[in-house]
Ligand binder design. Sequence first.
Ligand code: 3HC
Length: 332
Amino acid sequence: MYAQMVKSEGMKSREEMSPEEQAFQDRIDRGEKIEPKDWMPEGYRKTLVRQIGQHAHSEIVGQLPEGNWITRAPSLERKAILLAKVQDEAGHGLYLYSAAETLGVSRDDLMEKLHDGRMKYSSIFNYPTLNWADMGAVGWLVDGAAIMNQVPLQRTSFGPYSRAMIRICKEESFHQRQGYSIMMKMAFGTPEQKEMAQDALNRFWYPSLMMFGPSDKDSVHSAQSMAWKIKINTNDELRQKFVDQTVPQAKYLGLSIPDENLAWNEEKGGYDFSEPDWSEFFEVIKGNGPCNRERIEARRKAWYDGEWFRDGLAAHGEKEARRAKAPVAAAE
Ligand code: 3HC
């Protein structure tokens, strides 16, 4: 199951490193946190901007599939819970964009790269949410996978990213819990509700497995990201942990995982399971998923509709800065 990782492009052996790069790697190996003002290899900075920026984009684009259901929630309580969750995601994006900005990039630049396809967001958000059961599946599976992926990132080597992750992980468990409680309500509800819950699990299972990234043998960044402790576990390790944790939860709901090869492997101490359709995954991250166009259009519209507000804030900030510098008039 754990295929070998490929060597990342440009990855150096210790002998090939400059004295500065060796000293930096020693700091990483000692488990030290790297702060924005510390010396770092340009490749380390670039990898962080890519990963943190795409992580932030995922939070913001991830609001869209669920935002679509706030006005259609079946009760005031469910509406309030979903509203709180979607608002949390905006805050997660804020923490992460702020962490990325400590590396010398601007929010505007990151947004432009999202809008023109030069930066990605998580593949999962390119799938449609068709009914209320999908709100359960998204909370349970998508936030469950995000938690599996984000908890180790609390120990990532870059200080601002690690601190953002600690803050975000505190809120994620509520996200997963509210999703699972929707699934419980439906799985233990009427036969029609149980059928909706099963259908949502069928549609979100494989896209949730894809969230962890391609298998290790196709992961171009993992080897270098793990050497720099930007990434703590490989994609396949976290995917396996997610499957092992989720299968018993589905069993409790009386729902079946849509994978006829799913079987407990005593020797490995985990489940054997079918890989997702990687050709579908690469198509989706190339921009050809069911909702890519709609998601980017919505983000572009939100960004440009809000331009007047950002310009107003910036103008006010400049005025305040001028006032602070203005010489204080001599007392009469
Ligand atoms: N969706 C979109 N692109 C993906 C992807 C996914 N699920 N998995 C991998 N990719 C992309 C990578 O970004 C990379 O492309 P790039 O060079 O253009 O950036 C390429 O596929 C190769 O993948 P690698 O495994 O080599 O890339 P990474 O080492 O970066 O691993 C990752 C991918 C595991 C997603 C890693 O970037 C990561 O852990 N990121 C931080 C966590 C994150 O972004 N999670 C997304 C979910 S957040 C969320 O869901 C919000 C929650 O509140 C609901």
